[in-house]
Ligand binder design. Structure first.
Ligand SMILES: Cc1cc2nc3c(=O)[nH]c(=O)nc-3n(C[C@H](O)[C@H](O)[C@H](O)COP(=O)(O)O)c2cc1C
Length: 346
């Protein structure tokens, strides 16, 4: 009998997860000294979600260079000092029974504090953002090496899996979107080339058995943007380049006109994950208003996605997974609730 529910374990390459619940990456803007180094805030934030029964705890967008951050208070992974602090977070996540992931990214033209942000072309996000400088061809290759460095450092920090951020209008998304990439070189002729080369570099730094996750926007919400068919093509290109799992979000590439507004109902992005899974028959992660335990359980049970990522639900309640199990009763609570907290789950 098929036993696919929110609390069924899963093995993705060498990564064994005790359940299908992932903490979605969420920027905390909580670095103290603009140095990209994780603080005590990050430590308690991620460890409490591991205590709360989350199977895969993903650290927020962590950037490959100082000007790649959304703000100066975002995390970075371009030096050893940062790496040492991430090691502590990984150890704490492991001690509390979860697996650890980190999202590696670059904000591109959406880097708010960079004096001159960079992008594929000199096209601003909108009139409230700075106009980026188009990366020279050689700089694009250097940028790929910066991603490589951060991925290697993440592996050395002990993370069990790595997610490359290719969604939400940040640098990789800017390259694979025709609206923001009007280059004439090879990176303009093949829009997914930049992302593919980053994935290939990442794979070279990762153990064979460690799965690589790539987050993409499955659809864009703007005029002339790509739709789900474009999302499927991008997922295919990245899968063939070496990604193992596609984390399917949406949007972020420009101001959304009224006709493009996404739904805000529960599970509003699940159809994009399901369509990519159906088209390519590959593991996918669904995200977006999946706070309802029964709904999340159904997304897994109905084979719409292999994992569900919970964002705001886990900001409100670090013990989301424990409470989901309390309601759904899929696993004996003695197996998942820390003994110190059992009295709260009788
Ligand atoms: C405070 C906050 C910070 C976020 N930061 C990131 C991020 O670092 N990387 C990312 O891919 N998505 C980020 N997101 C999007 C979430 O990961 C998630 O996709 C989105 O919130 C929808 O899921 P939810 O309805 O469960 O919150 C952020 C969302 C919030 C609310």
């Amino acid at each position: 009998m098929k036993d696919d529910n929110l609390f069924s374990p899963i093995k993705l390459k060498g990564l064994e997860l005790k359940n299908r619940i992932m903490m979605s990456p969420m920027c905390q803007y909580s670095v103290n000294k603009k140095d990209g180094i994780p603080t005590d805030w990050h430590y308690q934030h991620y460890i409490s979600r591991a205590v709360g029964g989350t199977g895969l705890v993903m650290v927020e967008m962590t950037n490959v260079e100082p000007d790649g951050r959304i703000t100066d208070f975002c995390l970075g992974l371009w030096n050893d000092e940062q790496k040492e602090k991430f090691k502590k977070i990984v150890e704490g996540i492991h001690t509390n029974g979860a697996k650890a992931a980190i999202q590696i990214g670059h904000a591109g033209r959406k880097a708010e504090n960079a004096e001159t942000p960079v992008g594929p072309s000199a096209i601003p996000f909108d009139e409230t953002f700075k106009t980026p400088r188009a990366l020279e061809n050689e700089e694009v290759y250097n940028m790929i090496e910066k991603y490589r460095y951060s991925v290697r450092a993440a592996v050395e920090s002990g993370f069990d899996t790595i997610e490359i951020h290719g969604a939400h209008g940040y640098l990789i998304h800017e390259f694979h979107s025709a609206r923001s990439n009007q280059r004439k070189d090879e990176f303009g002729q093949k829009l997914t080339l930049f992302g593919e080369k980053i994935i290939e570099a990442a794979r070279e730094e990762m153990p064979e058995e460690m799965p690589l996750i790539v987050r993409i926007s499955g659809t864009e919400f703007v005029a002339d943007g790509y739709g789900i068919d474009g999302g499927i093509e991008i997922a295919k290109a990245y899968y063939e380049a070496g990604a193992d799992i596609i984390d399917v979000s949406a949007g972020g590439e420009g101001p959304i006109p009224p006709f493009g507004k996404p739904g805000t109902h529960a599970g509003y992005q699940v159809p994009y994950a399901r369509k990519i899974k159906e088209a390519l028959n590959i593991p996918v992660i669904a995200v977006g208003r999946l706070d309802d335990f029964v709904l999340s359980n159904a997304v897994i049970g109905n084979d719409e996605a292999d994992l569900v990522a919970v964002g705001r639900g886990l900001l409100r309640n670090p013990y989301w997974a424990l409470e989901a199990n309390q309601q759904l009763r899929k696993v004996d609570k003695n197996e998942i609730v820390p003994h110190q907290y059992l009295a709260g789950f009788r």
